[in-house]
Design a protein around this ligand. Structure first.
Ligand SMILES: *Cc1c(COP(=O)(O)O)cnc(C)c1O
Length: 398
């Protein structure tokens, strides 16, 4: 007899992260099973027919759904408070599916200008190839959103805090303006994580993640997620797009991500505490010109960040070194513990130089507008002892 799990929506967050979505196979395993299968067998031809007609709910093909992927999707949906969740092969697959499925030629999208490099490419280059118009605004300036959304728009896209300069955008205020313009609000919630920020509860319509980052959290796996409560969008647009274009999440990766979710609350909260300590220390290390961290009172949107992100500043710190590219490279090359890597949200601390890596494709003017100078370093703070991290940074900045 299977125990009653129908109450899982009422579980507290930490319980959902450990147990949400778990369904045991016939073998009573403790850890969720990995169903590495592409197809499923039918008892009869009639059964196959009714499955394809949609009369019989069952697994049909792993491009559509898979038991391990379904467990991960259910756990994420519980965590986010979403009615629908779809795993994808990467964060970019999730971003592209969430936007492209809901747009058509002639539509207009209003986007924050401070975006992860590949997200910027999608809204600035890829979607316009299909006759979709993109207008960029300074995400922190509500007046710019108001002006841009005084005309009808089909979608609004933003990330907060932004990668890498950590601009914080008011999700509730922008969502209200967007809905007035008829736009679907899509939020890239990677930096805030599902632990600290719940965009759907703040008025957003769709949330996307790169699960590669904090959801895995241990640098093992690529994955992405799209979450929403909008049934019409799911049934008419998103689900057909995903099923027929095929950016499916592999069952093995879904299993890794399920394991990641079991510790995400602990990891993200500790990493945020560590980030606050490291950011505070950086403010008093010579050679650092400016520290950008939403958890510090010096951050321009500190109060908004605290109210929107459960009183945490998130796991990423950005800082400017005096001088330019060569000085920043010297700091990166001088680190002994912290790795140089463009990945983030990992248990291991990592630094990157956005101007020459993740945001290399932007023009000099575009980078300047969103605060990515040649002296900017992005630090993803991990789970190491902060005394070791601060010592490592201090010696590298000498
Ligand atoms: C990494 C990242 C993505 C893309 O995710 P992938 O899993 O690398 O495809 C999208 N948005 C943000 C903010 C990211 O940091």
């Amino acid at each position: 007899m299977s125990k009653d799990k129908t109450n899982s929506k009422n579980w507290r967050s930490a319980t959902k992260m450990v147990r949400g979505g778990t369904r045991r196979s016939g073998f009573d395993e403790t850890s969720e099973a990995i169903f590495l299968t592409s197809g499923y067998v039918y008892e009869t031809a009639e059964e196959a027919e009714s499955a394809f007609k949609g009369e019989l709910e069952r697994f049909i093909y792993s491009r559509y759904h898979n038991p391990t992927v379904a467990m991960f999707e259910e756990r994420m949906a519980l965590l986010e408070g979403a009615g629908f969740c779809f795993g994808t092969s990467s964060g970019m697959a999730a971003v592209y599916a969430a936007l492209a499925s809901g747009l058509k030629a002639g539509d207009r999208i209003v986007s924050a200008r401070a975006l992860f490099g590949s997200c910027h490419y999608i809204v600035a280059e890829e979607l316009p190839r299909f006759g979709i118009e993109t207008e960029f605004v300074d995400g922190t300036d509500l007046e710019q959103w108001r002006t841009a959304l005084s005309k009808p728009a089909a979608a609004v896209f933003l990330e907060t805090p932004s990668n890498p300069a950590l601009e914080v955008i008011d999700i509730a205020a922008v969502s209200e303006l967007a809905h007035g313009a008829g736009a679907r609000v899509v939020i890239d919630n990677v930096f805030a994580t599902p632990v600290l920020q719940k965009p759907l509860q703040l008025g957003a319509d769709v949330v996307v993640y790169s699960a590669t980052k904090h959801i895995d959290g241990q640098g093992r796996t690529m994955g992405g997620v799209v979450l929403t409560n909008d049934k019409d969008y799911v049934e008419d647009l998103l689900m057909p797009f995903l099923r027929h274009t095929g950016p499916s999440l592999s069952p093995f990766n879904a299993w890794t991500l399920l394991k990641g979710l079991e510790t995400i609350d602990l990891r993200v909260r500790r990493m945020s505490e560590n980030a606050l300590k490291v950011a505070g220390a950086l403010e008093s290390i010579g050679g650092v010109k400016r520290v950008i961290y939403p958890g510090l009172a010096s951050h321009p949107q500190h109060a908004l960040a605290m109210s929107q992100m459960d009183n945490c500043g998130s796991t990423i710190v950005a800082f400017n070194v005096a001088g330019g590219r060569d000085d920043a490279f010297k700091v990166l090359n001088g680190l002994n513990i912290i790795d140089i890597s463009n990945n983030l949200g990992d248990a291991k601390s990592m630094v990157t130089h956005p101007a020459t890596t993740t945001h290399r494709r932007l023009s000099d003017e575009e980078r300047a507008e969103i605060g990515i100078g040649d002296g900017l370093i992005r630090l993803s703070v991990g789970l190491e002892d902060t005394d070791d991290l601060i010592e490592d940074l201090t010696q590298a900045l000498k």
